[in-house]
Ligand binder design. Sequence first.
Ligand SMILES: [Zn+2]
Length: 341
Amino acid sequence: MKPLEIGGVSILPGETKRIELPMPPLYTDTVLSMPIHVQRGKRDGPTMFVSGAIHGDELNGIEIINRLMKSKSIKSLRGTLITVPIVNVYGVLNQSRYLPDRRDLNRSFPGSKKGSLAGRLANLFIKEIVNKCDVGIDLHTGAIHRSNLPQVRADLDDPETLAMAEAFGLPVLLNADIREGSLRQAAGDLGVKVILYEAGEALRYDEFSIRAGVKGIINVMRHVGMLNKRARKGHEISRFIARQSGWVRATESGFVNHIAQLGDHVCKGSVLASISDPYGTELSSVTCPEEGVVIGKQNIPLTQEGEAMYHIAYFRKPDSVAENLELLQDNLVLGEPSIVY
Ligand SMILES: [Zn+2]
């Protein structure tokens, strides 16, 4: 097995270590470090990273990683699991998506040692983590006041990435264009296959999103050979790749009554929400342009004309997607406190 060293700390096969990777301090001279957890199996296998809070206000990933590390399923892994619950420590401190220099870390990869703060952090993450991995899973949520239905986004034209995305085990897959400066782009340039898990809302923990995330990562670990394959319990979930997706925008400014919910199968002309003035008079209703499934929605009942309200994904079989989402919810047994992954 190849030697592994992160932040000057070496991790031997069979070892589990917590590493605090030093980062530029705050202007108050407060020392900062990126928390990293490394678990190496005794047997050889792939190296995978799982990253959370690249956007500092997207917190579900932190809890997903914490539960993953405690999970019994990963005890006898082959290869190496590197988890980084908080990549953008500055953002988490400020409860902000961005870095203190107002840059978006996920538009600053691969960065450089002498670049902006965002560029330096991106460079550190690439050099110390991504560069040492074969595959990765990057955890995200919707924006503030916006929730995403658990979904995997990836370059689904690449067969290996597609297989990983399918292995995650969610009904909704989105073929997402690679954004300039994103972690996915920089990792791809290094030959590291990365999929992105999007679920829930910024600044909130969402139980369904967390459970689906932990389960999905373990499924991918089985797929890449880090864990033994196991006979599936519950009903098998079918996967569907969205042909396209788009936001339905507010037709008026006003107060919103949301009718459609995440995961709903909606038809052309379905009323998604109604918008009223401060006196309760309905100004207009927001309708769906084409048959699809709601994969993202605004939660705050206030809207401005033109604001993105509902994210709809368009599938060949939208009714089957909705059925499989219900199955997924049943398989994850919401309401049962001590789930074993
Ligand atoms: Zn994000």
